[in-house]
Write a protein that binds this ligand. Structure first.
Ligand code: F3S
Length: 425
């Protein structure tokens, strides 16, 4: 790999041993990927505060410096971790202290995470604590090189914002935050950002639920390649695209898609493909029904004891819509409803009165995490319902529970009646 003089100096210890270890890791990582060089990045999104048994053991042995050295720099050396060199944010983590009595999450993890927030916050990690950093202040510009984790955030960053990131891990984001560098390969290179598959929507994409189902179809079709979607659909908003990308990254490994005329790198279909246009694969009522049936073949009992909204973390408008749907209603005895939100947006929901309406109905707003990340649902949950294709995809396997997938209205109906009565309309 070709290194600049600045990168060689970092590697050789000019900025201290922790930065040298970070640069050594990035060089090894880049060479394994056959990257020719490193990119400069000023935007890192990682998961340093996320609790785990391994992290707890390392902290007990040598404090947070040791935990970061081992888990984020792949180093057994005794290192003093300096301030982050470039802006870095924390993505989702475990549930926090305010989840006590709601989410069954180990107290020792809550304490570990609170300690981690203090350590990393002092070193320049912005504790956004959400899988949607783009909703709460981390909004890169088009073309900017980033080092992000979290598949739903990565696909949004690449596709909707037009910034550039691969799906990084804990080690590479840790090393990037201390150096401002990341191997320049994959999605960082313009030649890897053109479409590979053309999906033509014939009909049936009107709302949030539809965008999730279309994303699930697209991911299943293209796996980790790059779909371009054209045809007849209602103009999507941030929330629709958040759902579309998260679903495509769940059924497949999509990190980048284009909607010609809507997403920034595809002014036209031709531009999205750079001239090499494949035959279109059609998405219509038959495909839509097949996706719906796939997402709903994980439920047999219609007795719903848990309803989950907000995956990826809800926008303010989604919280408001849930409050409106729940206004004046009361959850069924034995059924719980959680809405996952970024903590910064919970403050907005609190001030706007949405939280009070949701809580009056018996629902809860929970920040920082989600049942999949914290592996925690209300005790005794056997059957859950969600409006998120991603949670319907993952949570049955993670928690061994049954799932129903539908619209916000279906989910609120299930929360209020305790029964799943959703149907595809
Ligand atoms: Fe976010 Fe959890 Fe979904 S981290 S994308 S709410 S699985």
């Amino acid at each position: 790999m070709i290194l600049t003089d600045e990168e060689k100096a970092m590697r050789d210890g000019a900025e201290g041993p922790a930065v040298a270890a970070a640069m050594d890791l990035l060089i090894r990582y880049g060479e394994a990927l056959d990257a020719q060089r490193l990119c400069d990045t000023r935007n890192v999104a990682g998961t340093t505060t996320q609790p785990s048994p391994v992290k707890a053991k390392l902290v007990a042995e040598g404090g947070w410096h040791k935990a970061f050295a081992v888990l984020n720099l792949d180093s057994d050396a005794e290192l003093e971790i300096p301030d982050m060199r470039v802006p870095t944010c924390q993505l989702q983590q475990g549930f926090g202290p305010d989840s006590a009595g709601i989410a069954p999450y180990p107290q020792e993890f809550v304490e570990l995470q609170t300690d981690a927030e203090a350590f990393y916050g002092r070193r320049g990690v912005n504790i956004l604590a959400t899988c949607t950093p783009y909703q709460v202040g981390n909004l890169p510009v088009r073309g900017e090189h980033c080092a992000w984790m979290e598949s739903s955030a990565v696909v949004y960053c690449n596709s909707v914002i037009g910034a550039r990131t691969n799906c990084e891990g804990g080690a590479s984001t840790g090393a990037a935050s201390l150096t401002g560098k990341i191997p320049c390969w994959g999605n960082h290179l313009p030649e890897n950002r053109f479409g590979t598959h053309l999906i033509h929507v014939d009909e049936g994409v009107r709302d949030f639920q539809d965008w999730g189902m279309l994303g699930y179809f697209a991911g299943g079709l293209v796996q980790d390649e790059r779909p371009v979607v054209t045809g007849e659909f209602a103009h999507p908003d941030l929330v629709d695209l958040k759902h579309f990308g998260a679903a495509a990254a769940s059924s497949g490994g999509v990190e980048l898609y284009h909607l010609p005329g809507i997403t920034p790198e595809a002014p036209t279909v031709e531009a999205a493909f750079r001239g090499r246009m494949p035959d279109a694969i059609h998405y219509g009522q038959k495909e839509r029904l097949a996706v719906y049936e796939t997402l709903n073949n994980q439920g047999s009992s219609t007795d719903v004891d848990f309803v989950l909204l907000g995956c990826p973390h809800a926008s303010v408008d989604q919280i408001r819509a849930a409050a409106k749907a729940l206004d004046g209603k009361r959850l069924h005895d034995g059924t719980q409803l959680w809405i996952m939100v970024p903590r910064a947006l919970k403050a907005v929901a609190d001030r706007s009165g949405y939280t009070a309406v949701i809580e009056a109905a018996g629902g809860k707003l929970l920040a920082d995490s989600c049942p999949a990340m914290s592996r925690a649902a209300p005790p005794g949950t056997k059957v859950f319902a969600t409006d998120s294709a991603k949670q319907a995809h993952y949570l049955p396997a993670i928690l061994g529970i049954e799932a129903w997938f539908g619209s916000l209205e279906d989910c609120v109906d299930a929360a209020v009646t305790g029964r799943w009565r959703g149907e595809l309309t």
